[in-house]
Design a binder for this molecule. Sequence first.
Ligand code: NAP
Length: 414
Amino acid sequence: MARELYELGEMPPLGEVPRRMYAGVIRRERYGPPERSMQVETVEVPEVGRGQVLIMVMAAGINYNGVWAGLGTPADVIADRQRAGDPHDFHIAGSEGAGVVWAVGEGVKQLRVGDHVIVGGVAWDESAPDIRLGVDPTASRSQRAWGYELNFGSFAQFTVADEYQCHRKPPHLTWEEAGCFLGGGSTSYRMLTGWYPNTVRPGDPVLVWGGAGGLGSMAIQLTRYFGGIPVAVVSDDDKFDYCKRLGAQGVINRNNFDHWGRLPDPDDSVAYREWLSGVREFGRACWDALGERRSPSIVLEHPGRATLPTSVYVCDRAGMVVTCAGTSGYDGTIDLRFLWMFQKRLQGSHAANVRQTAAVIDLVAGGHVDPCLSLTLPFTDIGRAHQIVYEGKQPPGNVAVLVNSPEPGLRDIP
Ligand code: NAP
């Protein structure tokens, strides 16, 4: 008979599913900064549905979804799910991770117990009417962020994912390397390649905000891989070398400028002129970093409120500002004149489809893109790990927690 609970790092016999598991649990009464909101508790192991697999999570990547879920804003994910009929009064975040398939549900065809997988952070209903009509699954009405809109993400000994979310783990990666890069990697892959005709081409300058962050580290490398010329923006000169090692042509310190935030009222001519002078100076800094007077064909946006007006201004004619987030605030403002007169494109982008996710894993597997793991913490530090990311105090690159992997550096089950 299966044991009730295994300690973290302890391995049950392959395929034996205990009744309970350790998890980083968010509860509504604890909503707030991550160190308070996310606590290690034991909960029941989730059941596997049709087309799904149960995965023993070995390591998981830290990203903002866990921060947002724990803050309870911009969405109260627990209340939203309960309104839709979900009985659980807690949330387990975690939108990326790597582990071992521990049980397979009915209808699963490609995976077996014991397979080593990396899990992509977005799920949908493959039989949804819009998908059957050809809509990209990430834009389907049925699409949900795993570990955010969907419960039972990767911050637990076991997680449940749909079969198509799972990709073979490149054997040379450690669990924590495999678990840390897919969120930023697949999202930036879609942002750079998914929006024809504004896809990155050889010689294209690309401006990457947060070049030393998870998304930015991947975007710099992918831009270079496709022959583009990345220019990175960071908040500290100490991050310059890191971005250049990844392939940035030049790096800009955003703290040398102070025109950030919402656009001033265009009727306030003094404030508007001041903003325009700041944004022009930033545009010149982009040219200097690139080494030539060319504006970025693609601007990879995610800070939102602080940077969107600047992104739209500095983007090249007929270029694209592509955004996947609003880290500094989701109320971004723009001066539409720059958009229509120069026929620029403002494009939303979210997560990645199966093809794009597989493509970025292949690039990592082939050694073309580094997962950029910079910090690995034990599972008991799950709240602290998110707090570090929330406060922007992580070292450049991606942060992971070991979940059931007993020590860093392992590539297989011990
Ligand atoms: P991260 O590793 O924390 O990096 C974010 C970077 O943004 C930081 O390194 C910081 O760099 C920069 N930044 C922070 N505040 C800024 C500001 N006010 N102005 C300019 N830059 C600022 O996070 P990440 O994993 O890269 O994710 C970035 C955002 O994308 C998050 O909001 C995340 O939720 C979102 N995201 C969305 C999707 C999606 O599918 N929609 C997928 C992945 C990530 P400096 O301080 O050095 O400038």
